[in-house]
Design a protein around this ligand. Structure first.
Ligand code: M6R
Length: 612
């Protein structure tokens, strides 16, 4: 995680520019932040703990004119959030300042090797050691000192450094952590992602693993660690929506994004079935149908909510397209020995396209010669640049840390891929395919209906907000929805919640059930597991658990088996996950609001998890 920013150029408000870039990167972490600049031949550091507003107060107090600065927003990995652990870090003589995103795995060995004394070190971070070692290697050339030290550094990093003796350049280095250079006119920028600097320039250099860059106001040179000059490709970024996103009438981005979900579905469907004469997704679907010809099985990889959408897709691919499908959490997949070859299609799912584990899983799959396909929300993200092909969910920027509309977008794309494939294989005919599309087109209306009636969900949220433990139970397609519902509650309200397969509950978790346990069930009337889930509800009722039931409207037969009911519109079972998740998102949201939690910036989390 962590975000890096930097500016060098003619303007002497570099601190403001670097701060503004950090603002765009706040989704990557918000434990602390800091900026280093060169002023009067000295390195000056301004730091603050907590969100960026705190740093803003400090930099406004000291208006410093400087044309070179680097900045950082932190998500703590090594060392708790504190002023000392906040970046930038400097060597003891304050000659060099560094900001870092990633994890240095061998910093303890390096500390020993270079005999760095504990007295020299002010933080608990893995980063600070690196700046001390660079200082030891420094012989009036920061560029070569950095390259020398990097030969010994193990781990993931995007670094940016400045040196008070060399106020005309920023040095950057990259390995397994993203960093881009924005190329301007007599000025250059750096940032952890493209969208953060698009306000300043659309000309972008994507740094690659092993790149060490020297960035001056009029010039950029990229070398490898061995000092060989590398080719530099400047890409012009188009089609990026740079507009400032507002909450409008909504109290939080999360609520706004929940309410945007019907439009997300409409937009995807409109483009896919060419209602607006745009053949926006044509290439992606063609690509998918072409590569799948020689594919013997699919692996779907993701983290968090993206993993949950993959779990649903597995059931759909196997059921409707008759293709063996495995799903894995990215951080597990890459350290196992999965059976992969050129006939495997690896589908990586990520809202941000920057999740370190998902990116590493993609690279791992590519090394094994698998075909790769990404489902991603953020254009120009690392994942979308590296996968063989990417299909974008086009949900618009998702700001709330808890994923909502991006999850729905992923689901809709996955449903379409499954049914396209099923149709192509002749498992469903054209008529059936069209019928499915018509049913999908009806989903936004059903979600609008849920969103119009949040009162009952608010009432339930108020009644159960004080409870300490929640179980979310579902079966088949709604088992991943149980996992996703529990994840939303954990993130937003800090209440302990577990998602479980309802049938598995009697193998252990049922021991937890008493009247203080809230058990949320998803019971879809026409589903083949409906009767089974009714039995599971009875089992919980018999043990005095408090039941919150999500079921279809007019399903009164099980009303008296539950303490609270949330009705959702009637829907065919196979599509039910797209709407059953909505009341669970709202329930988590309102419980979080009643508990006065920081909804859009939950503690300890970041929107994009860019460390392993
Ligand atoms: O950007 P990604 O989809 O790769 O992110 C994956 C997870 O970090 C993400 O889904 C996370 O679990 C969310 N906070 C869930 O709401």
């Amino acid at each position: 995680m962590c975000g890096i920013s930097g500016y060098i150029g003619e303007k002497n408000n570099s601190i403001k520019i670097v701060f503004n870039i950090l603002k765009k990167l706040e989704y990557r972490g918000y434990d602390s932040s800091g900026i280093a600049t060169i002023f009067n031949k000295k390195i000056l550091i301004k730091k603050s703990i907590g969100k960026l507003v705190n740093l803003k107060k400090i930099i406004l107090k000291h208006q410093i004119g400087s044309n070179i600065s680097i900045g950082h927003i932190r998500w703590a990995t090594h060392g708790k959030p504190s002023r000392n652990n906040a970046h930038p870090h400097t060597d003891a003589t304050k000659n060099i300042a560094i900001v870092h995103n990633g994890v240095i795995e061998n910093y303890i060995e390096l500390k020993k090797k270079y005999c760095i004394n504990d007295e020299e070190i002010v933080s608990d971070t893995d980063t600070e050691i690196i700046v001390h070692i660079i200082k030891k290697n420094y012989k009036n050339d920061l560029f070569s000192a950095v390259r020398n030290v990097l030969r010994e550094v193990k781990g993931s990093y995007a670094f940016a450094l400045i040196c008070k003796n060399e106020p005309d350049r920023i040095i950057c280095a990259v390995n397994e952590s993203p960093l881009v250079i924005g190329v301007g006119d007599k000025e250059n920028f750096i940032a952890s992602d493209v969208s953060a600097i698009l306000k300043y320039t659309k000309k972008i250099v994507f740094l690659k693993n092993g790149d060490v860059a020297e960035i001056k106001k009029n010039n950029i040179i990229i070398r490898d660690i061995e000092n060989n000059i590398k080719n530099m490709q400047i890409k012009t970024i188009k089609d990026e929506n740079c507009s400032y996103i507002r909450k409008n009438k909504y109290k939080h981005f999360m609520l706004k994004e929940i309410f945007e979900q019907p439009y997300v579905i409409k937009n995807i469907l409109k483009d896919v079935i060419c209602l607006n004469k745009n053949k926006n997704y044509e290439n992606e679907f063609k690509f998918f149908k072409n590569i799948i010809k020689n594919i013997s099985y699919i692996y779907i990889i993701g983290c968090g909510s993206s993993y949950h959408s993959g779990l649903i897709a597995k059931l759909l691919f196997e059921n409707f397209a008759n293709i063996r499908t495995e799903v894995d959490i990215a951080s597990e997949f890459r350290y196992r020995n999965p059976i992969l070859n050129e006939n495997t299609l690896v589908i990586v799912i990520s809202q941000s396209g920057e999740t370190a584990d998902t990116l590493a899983a993609l690279r791992f799959a590519k090394n094994k010669k698998c075909k790769t396909f990404a489902i991603c929300n953020v254009m120009n993200s690392s994942l979308s640049r590296e996968a063989d092909k990417t299909i974008f969910t086009k949900c618009g920027q998702e700001i709330g840390v808890a994923s909502t509309k991006a999850f729905i977008g992923q689901l809709v794309i996955l449903y379409l891929l499954v049914f396209e494939l099923s149709n192509k294989k002749g498992i469903i005919n054209n008529h059936e395919f069209k019928k499915i599309i018509v049913e999908l087109l009806d989903v936004p209306k059903k979600i609008f209906k849920i969103l119009k009636n949040t009162k009952s969900i608010i009432n339930i949220a108020e009644k159960i907000k004080g409870k300490k433990n929640f179980l979310y139970l579902g079966r088949n397609l709604n088992y991943p929805i149980a996992l996703e519902g529990a994840l939303k509650l954990k993130e937003i309200s800090y209440i302990h919640a577990e998602g479980y397969a309802a049938g598995e509950m009697k193998h252990g978790p049922i021991a937890l059930v008493d009247k203080s346990m809230i058990v949320v069930f998803i019971a879809i009337k026409k589903s083949k597991v409906y009767k089974k889930i009714i039995s599971n509800i009875e089992e919980i009722k018999a043990r005095n658990g408090t039941i919150v039931l999500i079921t279809n409207e007019k399903n009164i037969e099980i009303k008296n088996k539950s303490d609270y009911v949330i009705y959702i519109p009637k829907i065919n079972d196979y599509l039910s996950p797209i709407i059953s998740i909505v009341p669970l998102q709202l329930l988590a949201y309102y419980i979080g609001v009643f508990k006065k939690c920081d909804i859009d910036h939950p503690r300890n989390l970041a929107k994009s998890v860019t460390v392993e």
